[in-house]
Design a protein around this ligand. Structure first.
Ligand SMILES: [Zn+2]
Length: 127
């Protein structure tokens, strides 16, 4: 058992491994696998298999810097949604379309003009 552990450790050395993006892809594909049990469509199954193959490619990839960039892009995309989920009862969270700054405004204020604190762009939004 110890030998197997060591072999696995050596195999994964200098490889990307599981990051946030690959864990997210894996959980989505698990959901898709359950759906595919009921759908029974070969194209759908091929797509699920392709996504899983891509995920395995990412996990075993030795180009760590490229995989890290993909993961950072994913986290950048996900961040406002994560904050929105945490504060869903009190705030509306979105990203400025001009500069990408995350902006958080209180909920239930109606249609308001919001000035981006970073680039001073005025955004009209219903909260
Ligand atoms: Zn801005």
């Amino acid at each position: 058992m110890e030998k197997l552990k060591y072999a696995l450790f050596r195999f994964m050395y200098k490889r990307n491994g599981f990051d946030d993006l690959s864990r997210a892809i894996l959980s989505w594909t698990l959901v898709l696998c359950v759906i595919s049990l009921f759908v029974r469509n070969s194209i759908f199954n091929a797509i699920v298999l392709a996504i899983l193959t891509y995920n395995m490619f990412r996990v075993f990839s030795k180009n760590i810097s490229a995989r890290r960039k993909e993961n950072e892009k994913f986290l950048y995309f996900l961040k406002p949604y994560a904050i929105q989920y945490q504060q869903r009862k009190t705030h509306v969270v979105f990203r400025c379309k001009n500069c990408g700054q995350i902006i958080r405004v209180p909920k239930g204020k109606g249609k308001i003009d919001i000035t981006c604190p970073k680039c001073r762009t005025i955004i009209t939004k219903r909260t």
